[in-house]
Design a protein around this ligand. Sequence first.
Ligand code: PLP
Length: 369
Amino acid sequence: MNVPYFDLPAQIRALRPELDAAIARTLDSCAFCLGPEVAGFERDFAAFVESPHCVGVNSGTSALHIAMRLLQVSPGDEVVTTPFTFIATSWAIVYTGARPVFVDIDEATMTLDPKLLEKAITPRTKAVMPVHLYGHPFDLDPILAVCRRHKLPLVEDAAQAHGARYRGKSIGTFGAMTGFSFYPGKNLGACGEGGALVTASAEYDASARSLRDHGSRVRYHHDEVGYNYRMEGIQGAVLAVKLKHLAAWNAARRRIAHRYHELLAPAAAAGLRLPHEAPWAESVYHLYVVRHPARDRLKDHLAARGIGTALHYPLPLHLQKCFADLGYKAGDFPVAERAARECLSLPVYPELTDAQVDYVAAAIREFKG
Ligand SMILES: Cc1ncc(COP(=O)(O)O)c(C=O)c1O
């Protein structure tokens, strides 16, 4: 049997008539940059996240960068974040000239450890930006409590967590602003690049609309330095189609995750660690990440059986070459560093069949670590 790590063609095939119609509509209207399809998607996605405002942009990175700009994060400022994420979380900070200050992750959820947050705050701290990693929320209550105590805004990086919930409430409704990514491989993915900034603030909403469109509220009048971060009309049309399926897709991902949990429980005794879903969390399993001390051999063992896997992430951000000048060293964030050595992402997507899940689980149970 062959189990690809990800099967985007299968998803696109199933939606082809709907997508063709949506793209054809945009070709007919020629509303290629923003336009009514984007505005319609923004309304639908705001409703999905249960937040008043959504601003469509051209990537998740752009959404987070706009959030940093709106909080006036500037050179000399610090933003506290996690070292165990995709690099783009930190790009948003360094693009403003500010410095990312990393805080190690919690062993169970692999998201920013709330117990370590307060120690990282200095008079230069301007914001806190943890990540809802792999579709699992970070622990919002204790993090918000620290933010309130220090009067710091929280930005949620929800690039991997469309539809996840924390104590029953939709993520994207807790922070001052939230960034989502619609990179094609995400739970909700465009046919190209895309992202969104979600907020409860009408003021942030209006300013984000200006920043994404060359810093302009009135055509050819530029009150501030802005960007070309507009969402494309075709992506708005595609995303509106796909959004209608998102709740069912997330439910399918959860069902697959629970099947893995059950089938892999016996292997957990033999060195394998399964992803932990905290009692306060409803994860949308963007990724299903197991851990194993002999991760590389397990990866090879699965590859030899036709099973695709991936690493999220093999090198924490504080050890990336691009951040050498921040002055961090190996050993600074031991939990993140161990996670980077042990993590292995298994196939998880709505099109995966039970037979494929069973095959993956059987192959893992066979592994002699
Ligand atoms: C945690 C996280 N933050 C930010 C991003 C950036 O999103 P994009 O690729 O749409 O710029 C991604 C995904 O790529 C991500 O996984």
